[in-house]
Design a binder for this molecule. Structure first.
Ligand code: GTP
Length: 803
């Protein structure tokens, strides 16, 4: 058979097919250069006589390793004339490309496909994948040819290739409801030692696994392999060693393919692709073109498949056996810790894991290895990412704490010094916290992990920082304004109390001045300290308003406290006393009979009444306090509280008229008592021994006094008596001596009375001791009772005063 140029085509070398023999019914439909024959239609008409057969034709193809007797089998089954290896030349590839021939007795197109695992093509398995897919796409039946001893071998049974072909076929050509394809497994050199049913079970389990592992599109993911394929299995004994059995089995099989009446006839209508015979050439060419052009069909080679498989295994081994254990310590971040060594550990372990991966993985297909290496890296990065995020969350918390501490320290120093630099502290703390967070976050990052960015956490961190600093500033401002208010209100209170105590006509002027002076002082302080907070004009105005209001309410409270009924009574009593009991020079009065006590009393009462009226009402213009306080501020403040009424100007009445009367009544009682006391003291002073009586006594007793002084006996006795009294007084012996003397006198008296009564003398009853004692006791008791009652009276009065 000599080579000829395809008729009607350009004499291009690429279009030259290896054989063209008009007498030969075989046609190389796809040559080694992967070109589709342009004369298929012609063959359909002239050589095969199928062009006008409509659907009355069938297509069968063969798939399997080379030199496994595929061509031999096809020739036997269909009477074709495909090249068969000449046994004397050894096992080498016979069929190149895809050949088509018509079956001898039936309208069946038979495709003899170049065997797989082609040694001649080495790693270029592209053609075998494409040709296998082509066969699958256009045939009703694909004979899967394999030796029995290869059934259990994944590669030997070409299942890897079948997986790839099924995968792409599913993506490209199979649709729900499209005709099924029959995969007819022909087990060569079948020995029957393992039953065919067992072999078919093994093959089916492989096929199920293959199907499960396909990357199915969403629309086809719920379909099983049986929705697209039917399966048949047959065993053919050894062609040489069991020749008769082989021949018999082949004959039986041929009937199944050729005899429509056979119960196991293979070409059932459900398998037909529904392509009319005259369109077969176009259909087949369209399929082939699509297979060749489709980028989806960038099928991996066996080495790629192997590399995929091994690299996957290696990465799994290294990941589980080394990496996970290596980074276990990083899980400590889950307890809220910030691990300083996070980044170092993560990077080290990832690098070491990659080295281990490279050691075995780099021997495989380089492009697959590179891709798998990236996948492995991403897998480790994905594993670490939640821990990294946790580390950043912990870091954010820790840095926020140090920010707060640093800010608080700055504020404490400010508060101690009274010079506020909040804005500066805030800036310093913010900068150092930002820098600390950033550097720690970067140090924790995994090199090469592009999606590991601290940006989200950093932004969150900044939001938190600003929230905390806002809170701190608000607190600091409140403290600052509060402390100024405290000082101002305290100072104002002290001055106001002093002014109220001083009283007098200038009292209210002094009180209002104290209020105003302190407010002005406070405002200066607030403005000065507020500058360090970089406060806005509105903010400072608000602080000033608050200060004024606090001082004002402080003033009102002070006035209220200082003008309570008790306080006012005491105050009025003081005023009364200072006028009534003391003279113009402040010297206490000693009341004499001739003193005009009633006049003094009236004047003192008048003074007290005048004072009471002064205290009762602020007699200065209310506007002196500041309009904003008295109008807007009061209104604004009141509106925040339950009583939403405008400021009442009547509040300048410090003491209500009802209370005034009450104070007057209470004061009157006090004043009356003091008056009575004064009257009594006047009687006591008047009832004392008059001086003239003392002078008369001295004049009349002068001689006796001289006698005693100049008589040595009397003088000695007097000196001894005075000395004894002095010593007794010094040692507290006067009382005991008095009692002893008293007892002695009583004893003597009792003896004397007894002697006198014995001698018949009628002793008067009052001289008798018992009678004397009897009389004396009630008097003492009465005296004591008097004392007690006067004492309790005094106590009651004192209590009343306290009340
Ligand atoms: N053991 C054994 N050998 C066979 C069988 N059938 C054919 N052979 C031998 O296997 C060799 C290859 O036969 P072919 O039919 O050319 O094989 P093929 O699979 O078509 O070969 P390629 O087209 O090159 O892939 C020949 O020497 C056959 O005699 C069989 O059933 N068993």
């Amino acid at each position: 058979m000599e080579d000829q140029t395809v008729p009607g085509s350009t004499p291009d070398a690429e279009l030259r097919f290896s054989r063209f023999d008009p007498k030969d019914s075989r046609l190389q439909i796809i040559n080694d250069s992967k070109l589709f024959s342009p004369i298929v239609t012609e063959y359909m008409k002239k050589h095969w006589g199928l062009a006008d057969k409509g659907f009355d034709y069938n297509v069968v193809a063969v798939f399997g390793s080379q030199s496994t007797g595929k061509s031999t089998l096809l020739n036997r089954l269909f009477g074709t004339n495909f090249d068969v290896m000449n046994e004397s030349t050894g096992r080498q590839q016979t069929t190149k490309g895809i050949w088509v021939s018509k079956a001898e007795d039936t309208n069946t197109l038979v495709l003899d496909v170049e065997g797989t695992d082609g040694g001649e093509r080495f790693e270029d398995q592209d053609f075998e994948r494409k040709s296998a897919l082509f066969s699958l796409a256009i045939s009703e039946v694909v004979i899967v040819n394999m030796y029995e001893n290869n059934v259990g071998l994944y590669n030997g049974a070409n299942l890897g290739l079948l997986k790839t072909v099924l995968d792409v076929n599913l993506q490209l050509f199979q649709q729900a409801g499209s005709p099924k394809t029959c995969l007819y497994f022909v087990i060569r050199d079948f020995t029957s030692q393992t039953p065919l049913s067992k072999l078919s079970e093994t093959l089916m389990s492989y096929l199920e696994k293959i199907w499960a592992g396909l990357s199915k599109p969403d629309t086809k993911k719920d379909y099983s392999i049986h929705d697209f394929f039917t399966f048949a299995f047959v065993g053919l004994p050894h062609k040489i060693f069991a020749r008769d059995a082989f021949e018999s089995a082949v004959t039986q099989l041929r009937h199944k393919f050729t005899d429509r009446n056979n119960s196991e006839y293979v070409f059932v209508p459900a398998l037909h692709k529904r392509v009319p015979a005259d369109g077969f050439s176009t259909f087949a060419k369209g399929i082939w073109d699509r297979i060749v052009a489709s980028k989806d069909l960038d099928l991996p080679t066996q080495t790629q498949l192997l590399a995929e498989h091994r690299c996957e295994e290696i990465s799994k081994e290294v990941f589980e056996g080394y990496f996970v254990g290596g980074v276990k310590s990083l899980k400590a971040v889950e307890s809220g810790k910030v691990l300083d060594e996070f980044g170092e550990t993560a990077n080290d372990k990832v690098k070491e894991s990659l080295v281990l991966f490279d050691k075995d993985g780099s021997r495989y297909n380089s492009s697959v290895y590179e891709r798998k290496r990236i996948e492995f890296f991403n897998k480790m990065a994905t594993y670490l990412l939640p821990l990294f995020n946790q580390q950043l969350a912990n870091l954010s918390k820790k840095t926020l704490e140090s920010f707060t501490t640093s800010l608080a320290a700055g504020l404490a120093a400010d508060e101690a010094s009274g010079v506020f630099n909040f804005a500066s502290h805030m800036e310093t703390a913010l900068r150092s916290s930002e820098a600390a967070f950033r550097s720690a976050a970067i140090a924790s990052t995994l090199e090469g992990a592009l999606d590991w960015t601290p940006d989200v956490q950093f932004n969150q961190f900044l939001i938190e920082i600003h929230r905390v600093s806002g809170d701190k500033r608000r607190e600091a401002v409140e403290r600052m304004v509060g402390s100024v208010q405290k000082v101002v209100v305290g100072a104002m209170k002290d001055t106001v109390i002093a002014k109220l105590n001083a009283g007098g006509p200038l009292m209210w002027g002094g009180v209002i001045d104290a209020y105003k002076d302190n407010v002005v002082f406070g405002i200066v302080q607030v403005q000065k300290r507020g500058a360090g907070f970089e406060a806005s004009h509105e903010e400072i105005e608000q602080w000033k308003g608050n200060l004024q209001w606090q001082t004002w309410t402080g003033l009102l409270d002070t006035l209220k406290d200082e003008t309570k009924d008790e306080a006012m009574c005491a105050r009025l009593k003081n005023i009364f006393e200072s006028k009534f009991r003391y003279d113009e020079n402040g010297v206490p009065r000693l009341w004499n009979l001739e003193d005009p006590i009633d006049l003094y009393f009236a004047a003192a009462c008048e003074e007290a009444e005048r004072a009471l009226n002064t205290y009762a009402r602020i007699d200065k213009s209310i506007t002196l306090l500041g309009d904003e306080i008295l109008e807007d501020q009061c209104f604004a403040r009141n509106s925040q509280h339950e009583t939403k009424k405008r400021f009442d100007p009547a509040c300048i009445n410090i003491i209500s008229s009802g209370r005034l009367q009450n104070i007057r009544d209470r004061f009157k009682k006090d004043a009356d008592m003091l008056f009575m006391e004064a009257k009594r003291s006047m009687v006591v002073t008047t009832a004392k021994i008059p001086p003239w009586f003392i002078a008369l006594t001295v004049i009349l007793g002068w001689n006796e006094f001289m006698l005693v002084l100049f008589n040595p006996v009397y003088f000695t006795l007097l000196a001894i008596t005075l000395g004894g009294l002095y010593v007794g007084y010094q040692y507290g012996m006067i009382g005991p001596a008095y009692h002893t003397g008293k007892v002695m006198v009583k004893g003597v008296l009792r003896e004397a009375i007894s002697e006198l009564e014995k001698n018949g003398v009628d002793v008067p009853e009052f001289l008798k001791l018992d009678g004397a004692e009897k009389n004396a006791k009630p008097r003492r008791k009465a005296t004591k009772k008097e004392g007690e009652s006067s004492q309790s009276k005094e106590q009651d009065e004192a209590d009343k005063k306290l009340d």
